[in-house]
Write a protein that binds this ligand. Structure first.
Ligand code: GLP
Length: 240
């Protein structure tokens, strides 16, 4: 793992932007693996800015997102499809038909999940953006998820629902289930960039880098990948 410690969250976003912009410039039809959460928003703002300044085009870019809440329609302002449209896709020249987010409202969720696994296999990602949960989860792969998992339905941990309750009117409105790309699928990306900021990520970042490679810390699976940049601010790096 290539660990890059930056002074603050803005510098983390600057560094992540630099790497992603280089990939898009070198390969205008790159496949991007994208993540939700508040941490990648700074990167997305910079990508929008790069597009507005004419430095980047997303016309041939395709994307695959990591996860989605079960039960939230695309129009719900906390669905991850809505998040991606609002924070990135609506502001760049990407073809929305080429942007993919797992479906959390299908009648047969596991069937839709299996289709997503096949889709991911047909679209090898040049780079995968990741955040990290305070309990070490990546996407919605909670502690205990087997490393060979593909897209599947998960029951969210109480701690994850609490962490994400800040985006909802109350914790009761946070969905109890989600559909997530599995750890094996995530690791299939050619390159991975994980961003983390803030003291509430310090334990997870420590365990990812220095703890045992174990299902107790899903992010530790990234140590089995040959090309991972971990970009963190000083707060998230506090325990390293
Ligand atoms: C959610 C997402 C993860 C994300 C995590 C951290 O649980 N499913 O993909 O990494 O939140 O989010 P944040 O960046 O807001 O701390």
């Amino acid at each position: 793992m290539n660990v890059i410690v930056c002074n603050n969250a803005e510098a983390v976003a600057d560094k992540a932007y630099e790497i992603v912009a280089d990939i898009i410039t070198a390969k205008p039809d790159a496949v991007l693996g994208l993540a939700t959460g508040s941490t990648p928003v700074g990167l997305y703002r910079r990508l929008i800015e790069g597009y507005r300044q004419g430095k980047l085009s997303f016309r041939k870019i395709r994307s695959l997102n990591l996860d989605e809440y079960v039960g939230l329609p695309e129009t719900h302002d906390q669905s991850y499809r809505y998040f991606m449209n609002d924070n990135l896709f609506d502001h760049i020249d990407i073809d929305k038909a080429e942007t993919h987010v797992p479906c959390g409202t299908a009648d047969d969720l596991q069937k839709a999940a299996d289709e997503y696994t096949r889709l991911a296999a047909s679209m090898p990602r040049d780079v995968q953006i990741l955040g990290i949960g305070s309990n070490g989860h990546i996407a919605f792969n909670e502690p205990g998820t087997p490393f060979d998992s593909e897209t599947h339905i998960v029951t969210l941990k109480e701690s994850t629902r609490r962490d994400n309750a800040r985006f909802f009117a109350s914790i009761d409105e946070v969905p109890t289930h989600a559909v997530t790309m599995g750890i094996k699928t995530i690791l299939n990306a050619k390159k991975i960039i994980l961003v983390a900021t803030g003291t509430n990520k310090a334990d997870a970042v420590y365990n990812m880098i220095n703890g045992p490679i174990s299902e107790d810390c899903p992010a530790s699976a990234l140590r089995n990948h040959p090309d991972v940049d971990v970009i963190v601010d000083r707060d998230a790096a506090a325990k390293l």
